[in-house]
Design a protein around this ligand. Structure first.
Ligand SMILES: Cc1cc2nc3c(=O)[nH]c(=O)nc-3n(C[C@H](O)[C@H](O)[C@H](O)COP(=O)(O)OP(=O)(O)OC[C@H]3O[C@@H](n4cnc5c(N)ncnc54)[C@H](O)[C@@H]3O)c2cc1C
Length: 590
């Protein structure tokens, strides 16, 4: 039985009732891109699937990445050819077939500063990068540029020592929206998707060994439920070791956390018509075009603090500013920073070749730890996957579901996700071609239709239907941003948004795109959501306040954790300027 892929937050009780009453073939723990991918992989093979996510879909690392779908040029230098080859294949599959509405080509300029040594080296790397991609390429080939050619594309570059540049292409994505879309596509194959439901312990069968499900807690009410499944699939990212501990098992790998911070600055602060990638002492720094802004990052430092709130320190920000300013003619300052965010890379390190798990040994610097993934089956009825990259999530999902199928012990078809466009992708060319007509029919400006197509693909009409039913929803949500009030309503009725932060941090990206992190519209969001979810005035105020507090916590210096490498400057940890305003807002609201 296929459903329509609607995740309606108003039907949460029915979803929880299904979790408790049905018996599943596969229970996935974790609703990041890997877990959503595993749910889709398993459900599209005809298995009965449930997914539980402790917070919101993509609330972990999967909304905090650099948002690139890429082969990973720098992994060539580490001779990680298999990873680059697979990732390039995935990139092209996503751009051309599986999600062309969400995954879009983006160009990068690689400035060269040592002409004689660097051009042949980088040129050979890019030629290999392009060659690995094969002949059917949805993104253009790389090109050599002179210094003058580079400056024409990127006047922001300092001319000092600039010897030329290379231009190449990768792809970018709204990572949180992508994850949500994978989960919704899994729901079209009848997967049951429940958020704010955490696995708190694993259930063993009569033999006391085999895992037969999980005890889960509804985080909204504290109620405990038991979910029965033939196999439990752990896709918990940096929480993986903790979930293994819940089961009392020793896996063949452990997850090492590496923090990566990004800053967001206005597009006008860096004059360039292309993304930039520049070398740093340890790795590379990206300037990634993001609408009217740039995302600049990232750092790569060991982390051991609170997984839920990695936090950004002033030192992290100053490190990125210093690395950026090495190549810019007009330096960036803290005053340019609109927003900051931090994420944790789940890197795998083998603790021995137990259970057949394969991984990387040794305490290397986090920049040098492989981004390949590891699948493990530590005990019957339990499999897990960790590591990898956003770009290779589909392969991780396929591999862990293969391991689950081996455990099931009966015949199940092979993965079909290579053939399965995500929700909103099928028929996109036709809907795009008819965009002007759509705008006329729904009496909205053409740029509104364009905006909706780029976020929902062929499902844009569902958002427009909400506007037709309630024309007030056609109004923009926030000045200077393209989001509509209708998208808040849609987030509740189709995308399972339960709280204000689900909307402002992940369904739309005002948290990282707006100088006030979206706090100025939190009340409006609570009001639109409240109408649909039956919230009292008091509840709306509480939801608004909860968002303000969360923003303040995300943007301030963490109490524990690693510190950014490489800045060298003794910058005192401090609350960032943007966050100070937010904290003032919290005080006022309180
Ligand atoms: C700074 C940074 C930049 C990056 N940039 C890129 C990039 O440009 N391109 C790329 O390909 N990759 C990139 N990555 C890597 C990529 O983002 C990650 O590999 C990927 O998002 C990991 O997804 P995941 O689903 O495995 O983990 P997560 O997204 O963290 O998902 C795990 C989920 O499990 C849930 N969970 C945990 N415990 C429980 C429990 N007990 N019960 C229920 N749920 C639970 C968590 O709440 C979480 O949502 C980047 C990573 C970082 C940190």
């Amino acid at each position: 039985m296929a459903s329509n892929g609607v995740l309606d937050a108003r039907e949460r009780s029915a979803t929880l009732a299904r979790l408790a009453s049905e018996r599943f073939d596969v229970l996935v723990i974790g609703g990041g891109v890997t877990g959503a991918g595993a749910a889709l992989d398993a459900a599209s093979r005809g298995l009965r699937v449930a997914l539980v996510e402790a917070r919101d879909l993509a609330s972990g690392t999967s909304s905090r990445s650099s948002k690139l779908i890429h082969g990973g040029l720098r992994y060539l230098e580490q001779f990680d050819f298999k990873l680059v080859y697979e990732a390039l294949h995935e990139r092209d599959l996503l751009v051309a077939k599986l999600a062309p509405h969400l995954v879009k080509p983006v160009s990068f300029l690689y400035p060269l500063y040592r002409k004689v040594v660097e051009r042949p080296y980088v040129g050979a790397g890019l030629a290999l990068y392009d060659a690995m991609e094969g002949t059917r390429r949805p993104v253009p080939h790389h090109r050599h540029l002179t210094a003058r050619g580079a400056l024409r594309l990127a006047p922001a570059l300092s001319t000092e020592r600039l010897a030329g540049a290379m231009r190449y292409y990768d792809a970018q994505v709204d990572d949180a929206r992508y994850t949500l879309t994978v989960a919704r596509t899994a729901a079209t194959h009848s997967a049951v998707v429940a958020t704010r439901v955490s696995a708190v312990s694993l259930v063993r069968g009569p033999d006391g060994v085999r895992v037969t499900g999980a005890r889960v807690r509804d985080e909204e009410t504290g109620r405990l439920l038991e979910v029965s499944a033939e196999v439990v699939v752990v896709c918990a990212g940096v929480w993986t070791d903790l979930v293994h501990e819940l089961a009392g098992v020793r896996a063949g790998y452990r997850v090492r956390m590496s923090k990566g911070v990004h800053i967001v600055v206005p597009r006008s602060a860096v004059r360039a018509d292309t993304g930039l990638i520049v070398r740093t002492d340890k790795s590379v720094l990206f300037f990634i075009p993001w609408g009217e802004r740039w995302i600049v990052g990232t750092t790569d430092t060991d982390f051991s603090g609170d997984r839920a709130e990695p936090g950004v320190s002033a030192e992290d920000v100053d490190y990125i500013l210093a690395a950026a300013n090495r190549v810019l003619v007009r330096p960036l300052t803290r005053a340019d920073v609109i927003a900051v965010y931090a994420g944790l890379r789940p890197l795998v390190e083998a603790v021995g070749e137990v259970n057949g798990a394969k991984g990387v040994k040794g305490a290397k610097p986090t920049t040098k730890v492989s981004r390949e993934h590891v699948v493990d089956a530590p005990v019957p009825g339990l499999v897990s996957v960790a590591g990898g990259k956003f770009t290779t999530y589909r392969l991780m999902a396929r591999d862990v579901v293969d391991a689950a199928v081996a455990d099931l012990g009966h015949s199940v078809p092979s993965s079909v996700t290579e053939q399965l466009p995500l929700l909103g992708a099928d028929g996109l060319a036709g809907v795009r071609a008819g965009a002007a007509r759509l705008a006329e029919d729904y009496r909205v400006p053409p740029d509104v239709v364009e905006h909706l197509l780029s976020r929902y693909g062929t499902l844009a009409g569902e958002v427009l239907d909400l506007i037709r039913a309630d024309p007030g929803l056609a109004q923009p949500l926030a000045d200077g941003h393209p989001y509509l009030r209708a998208e808040v309503a849609y987030a509740v009725t189709h995308e399972n948004a339960l709280h204000v932060e689900d909307v402002l941090m992940r369904r739309m990206r005002l948290f990282i795109e707006s100088a006030d992190s979206g706090t100025g519209v939190a009340e409006s969001v609570a009001s639109i959501m409240g109408r649909l979810l039956g919230w009292s005035r008091r509840r709306r105020a509480a939801e608004t306040r909860r968002y303000l507090e969360l923003v303040a916590a995300e943007q301030t210096t963490p109490a524990v954790g690693g510190s950014a490498v490489g800045s060298g400057a003794a910058v005192p940890d401090a609350v960032l300027p943007g966050a100070a305003a937010v904290l003032a807002g919290v005080a006022a609201a309180g």
